[in-house]
Unconditional design. Structure first.
Length: 217
């Protein structure tokens, strides 16, 4: 997701357009030598803010539907949440911690430490997704399916939507780690910041969803 934002900004911003000072660490120019000007940091932050606003509206709409449907009729039946969801939550929160450690290493110029911590964050994200699939398998073993009840239907839709967005975040982390930034119109530092905003947002969103499932029972 964050990687896609960066790519779209580079494609859509025309040559020589833009103003303001270059981002920290940018080595390219934008003067009469024909090289492209750097894209300001605020453009990336605006883009990711708009993207997150759209995602937030989507999940708020689902939440409203969840609350309204729960209060209708007598066919709503709660089910026991798999305990692995709490382990998954710890894994995801830990990934936010390793991501921030990676950004600090990058700011200090410790590129190897940054790469290791960044890839650890990516791995934790994949562990979280695997854990969510394990939670689904546990529910299937208990006879709780997508169409079993409105409560289980909402659970599967919420977790699937969140998981797909998190996979987008994993792709963004890989993009930041392995792209060559020498000829880019932004820096790895800015790209890492945008990816971090997206990742932390998904962490907070998952905590909200887990509380919704747990406290609304």
């Amino acid at each position: 997701m964050a990687g896609a934002v960066a790519e779209q900004l580079e494609i859509q911003t025309q040559r020589g357009h833009g103003s303001g000072l270059p981002p920290d660490g940018y080595s390219g120019g934008g003067g009469g030598d024909g090289r492209l000007r750097p894209i300001p940091r605020r453009a990336y932050m605006t883009a990711i803010t708009l993207a997150l606003g759209g995602i937030l509206m989507f999940f708020l709409a689902l939440t409203s539907s969840y609350i309204v449907r729960r209060g209708l009729g007598t066919d709503w039946k709660d089910f026991a949440l798999p305990r692995i969801l709490w382990v998954n939550t710890i894994v995801l929160l830990a990934s936010s911690g390793t991501l921030e450690l990676a950004r600090k290493a990058l700011a200090r110029g410790q590129h190897e430490a940054f790469r290791n911590l960044w890839l650890l964050t990516t791995g934790l994200g994949l562990v979280f997704v695997a854990g969510q699939l394990a939670a689904w398998r546990q529910l299937h073993a208990a006879g709780v399916y997508l169409a079993s009840n409105p409560s289980s239907s909402f659970f599967y839709v919420f977790t699937a939507a969140h998981g797909l967005h998190l996979l987008g975040g994993v792709i963004a982390l890989i993009y930041v780690a392995f792209r060559s930034w020498q000829q880019s119109r932004t820096t790895q530092t800015i790209a890492a910041e945008v990816a971090a905003v997206y990742w932390h947002f998904l962490d907070g969103l998952w905590v909200f969803l887990l509380l919704l499932f747990s406290l609304g029972r």
